[in-house]
Structures are given as structure tokens and as C-alpha cells.
Design a binder for this molecule. Structure first.
Ligand SMILES: [Zn+2]
Ligand SMILES: [Zn+2]
Length: 158
């Protein structure tokens, strides 16, 4: 970080952005006044690169993670959730026929009346806690058996 140069925007508005006095452009930090450093990647970005965590009457609080780091950790988290869901399915297998391939396994709500959302395309905004709570209400069942279950429910006038 030794070569980092802080420059106010008005000073560099007219310079070519390849480099400045031999300093690569990536090391030039623009408009220091509204720059904020990410606590995770240590890079400086304009303040609005940081998502708003909380807004009060007098102040806007922003996250410590820049947008890019935030998206990255979120992606990793979602990936982890999917892996957890898949191993959960695999461990249980279809409760009717025993198939264990998670690709064909669904979550069937045992009681439709307390269903809040389907697990299949779970919403990114839903916390993992909520997903697990919802899974508790379900039976792991393969696509074939799932169809049969719904067909029989319809036949029985449910
Ligand atoms: Zn970052
Ligand atoms: Zn089955």
C-alpha cells in the first residue's frame, strides 16, 4: 500500500487514467472525501458501493463490506445452503420408495395449511433459519411419488 496516492477528484478529472506520475491507476484513490475502505478486501470504493445497513434521521449507516465482497460471501452462503439441502435429501431419501438421488427429490408439505413457501426455488432473501423451519414441515419424496401423492389427494377430494 506504500505507493497509494490520495487525490481529490477535481485534481485528476483531466488526467489520463492509465497512470499518474508513474503510479498505476488502480493505486490512485479518487475523491478521498467520500471514499470508504472495505474491511474485507481493503480496497477503497465510493461510499455508495457499500450497501445501506440502517438509516436513521441523522445518519445512513453502511455495511463494512463493499458490494463485491458482500455478493461474493452471499454466493458462497447460498451454495452452502444448497449443499446442506442436498445432503439432507440424500440422507433421508424418498419416504415412499427410497430413492436417494437429490436431483429427483422434492420437499412435500405434509400439511398445506401451514406452508409458507416452497423449498424448491427458495428465495435468496429468506434466511437459512426460515428454510430449515420450513423443511421441518416437509416430507422428502421423489418426483414420481410426489405426483402420485398429489393425484391421490385430488382423487380423495382434498
Ligand atoms: Zn471488499
Ligand atoms: Zn419415491
Amino acid at each position: 500500500m506504500s505507493s497509494v496516492l490520495f487525490l481529490h477528484e477535481h485534481l485528476i478529472s483531466n488526467i489520463n487514467f492509465g497512470s499518474y506520475k508513474g503510479i498505476p491507476k488502480d493505486d490512485i484513490i479518487l475523491g478521498m472525501s467520500n471514499q470508504k475502505q472495505c474491511r474485507y478486501c481493503y480496497k477503497y470504493y465510493p461510499e455508495n458501493t457499500f450497501g445501506v445497513a440502517l438509516t436513521t434521521v441523522s445518519k445512513v449507516y453502511r455495511r463494512r463490506k463493499c458490494r463485491y465482497c458482500y455478493q461474493k460471501t452471499k454466493r458462497i452462503l447460498i451454495q452452502r445452503h444448497y449443499e446442506w439441502i442436498n445432503s439432507y435429501k440424500q440422507e433421508r431419501g424418498c419416504t415412499r420408495c427410497g430413492v436417494t438421488n437429490p436431483v429427483v427429490l422434492d420437499f412435500h408439505h405434509k400439511n398445506e395449511t401451514n406452508k409458507r413457501f416452497g423449498i424448491g426455488g427458495f428465495r435468496r432473501e429468506v434466511g437459512f433459519q426460515k428454510i430449515q423451519e420450513e423443511i421441518e414441515k416437509c416430507e422428502v419424496i421423489c418426483a414420481n411419488c410426489h405426483r402420485i401423492v398429489h393425484h391421490e389427494a385430488k382423487k380423495n377430494g382434498a
